[in-house]
Ligand binder design. Sequence first.
Ligand SMILES: Nc1nc2c(c(=O)[nH]1)N(C=O)[C@@H](CNc1ccc(C(=O)N[C@@H](CCC(=O)O)C(=O)O)cc1)CN2
Ligand SMILES: Nc1ncnc2c1ncn2[C@@H]1O[C@H](COP(=O)(O)OP(=O)(O)OP(=O)(O)O)[C@@H](O)[C@H]1O
Length: 192
Amino acid sequence: MTARHIIRRQIREARRRLNHAEQQAAALAITERVASTPHLAQATKVALYLANDGELNPHRLIDWYWSQGAEIYLPVLHHFSPGHLMFLRYDPDARLIANRFGIPEPRLDIRLLLPKQELEVIYTPLVAFDATGNRIGMGGGFYDRTLAGWHQGQGPRPVGLAHDCQQLPHIPTDHWDVPLPELLTPARHWRW
Ligand SMILES: Nc1nc2c(c(=O)[nH]1)N(C=O)[C@@H](CNc1ccc(C(=O)N[C@@H](CCC(=O)O)C(=O)O)cc1)CN2
Ligand SMILES: Nc1ncnc2c1ncn2[C@@H]1O[C@H](COP(=O)(O)OP(=O)(O)OP(=O)(O)O)[C@@H](O)[C@H]1O
């Protein structure tokens, strides 16, 4: 087992142990944080995700963005390009279908597809982060591929979302890992 495997197992277990009240409080705290952060609150096209495996649950944040008239996009596993994500618009009445990991995603409808360059913010799920903005995800490299190049202006700014218990002192990185410039937890707004 590599260090990354051990980190994934431990932190996934820690976030799954959060109870319903803790998850609800975290969902509310993150929504209030976004609502009071102008560059995030003003975004009109944002990628979010549907919570899985104890992740910080953005359902209230999605409702809040909808109430502001913003468009929400969800990651959909690319049907032809393995390891890549597409972003499809998520409307309140959307029909969802579970992907191969059991995570619900919009049905593939070309009319709902948005090129990622047109998103303003990609809220990024993650398993673990450290105090310098390094992240580890579920292990598919999906977000690393999506975020590769954002720093050179090829795509939107990523903003990590996580519970405070997902922080580690140091995460070992690989050359393809894309560090985050910003991350929100219920307790803190990190910027690097
Ligand atoms: N909510 C959410 N949606 C997301 C992601 C995410 O991290 N969170 N992704 C971010 O990349 C993509 C999906 N990536 C995933 C990668 C691995 C596993 C997973 O559960 N793997 C199993 C074993 C693999 C299997 O079942 O085939 C595991 O590790 O237990 C789940 C999602 C797209 N959608
Ligand atoms: N930009 C990229 N181009 C090609 N392959 C990549 C890229 N980024 C990551 N990969 C590959 O994806 C695999 C998984 O990477 P890693 O373990 O860092 O995923 P992760 O960060 O945990 O997942 P995610 O990014 O989906 O949250 C690695 O084998 C890596 O080689």
